[in-house]
Design a protein around this ligand. Structure first.
Ligand code: AMP
Length: 187
């Protein structure tokens, strides 16, 4: 037995991993029994931590490496919009079914808890536009796979996929292989 606190790990180093870990509350049995929901609202509400995380993601990809950020509904919107603003590019919402007002592409997938469909406007991307795709949490990888597929079907060129937190035991990274995943915190 040791009472040493395990150190956070992630693809942008221990310091950023610790920032994400420090801004997360584990909520057991939400939205259903057996699921531990990773609530990142405290991170979003902490201006300094949120800025560190957003700046860390922009720094990971480097200047002028993407033309637009696609964020997955709903918490992905928060992160995507901030990254887009910091990088001086636009943002494209990848939405749940039935929310978009115009002609959309759609992709269905299975979640850790249920099934869902994502959509994006069919004219959301300019052909060859470099797209960074972001979400809050990577679990089984179904959501990410559908979002990445939609970007490509829409004509975008995926430059990367970033999440604040990856739940490694659900093997989303393996499911998305050979695409690479950039996760600030891996638990
Ligand atoms: P998945 O498709 O299984 O990778 O699930 C990822 C999507 O579901 C992301 O959009 C997350 O916001 C959400 N999600 C799945 N599991 C969790 C969890 N344990 N805590 C918070 N969000 C989750």
């Amino acid at each position: 037995m040791t009472d040493e606190i395990p150190r956070a790990i992630g693809d942008s180093g221990r310091d950023l991993a610790a920032v994400v870990a420090g801004g997360t509350i584990d909520v057991p049995d939400f939205p259903k029994p057996g699921i531990v929901f990773k609530d990142l609202m405290p991170l979003f509400a902490d201006g300094r931590a949120f800025r560190e995380v957003v700046d860390g993601i922009v720094a990971h990809y480097g200047p002028d490496s993407f033309d637009v950020v696609a964020g997955v509904e709903a918490r992905g919107f928060v992160v995507a919009a901030a990254i887009a603003y910091a990088a001086g590019v636009g943002v494209v919402p990848v939405r749940k079914a039935g929310k978009l007002p115009r002609q959309a592409l759609s992709a269905s997938y299975e979640l850790e808890y249920g099934e869902a469909t994502l959509e994006v406007h069919e004219d959301a991307f300019i052909a060859g536009q470099r797209v960074l795709v972001v979400d809050d949490v990577l679990a089984t990888g179904g959501t990410a796979g559908a979002a990445l597929e939609l970007v490509e079907r829409g004509g975008g060129a995926v430059v990367g996929f970033t999440v604040l937190m990856e739940l490694a035991f659900l093997k989303g990274r393996e499911r998305l292989h050979p695409r690479t995943v950039h996760a600030l915190l891996t638990v």
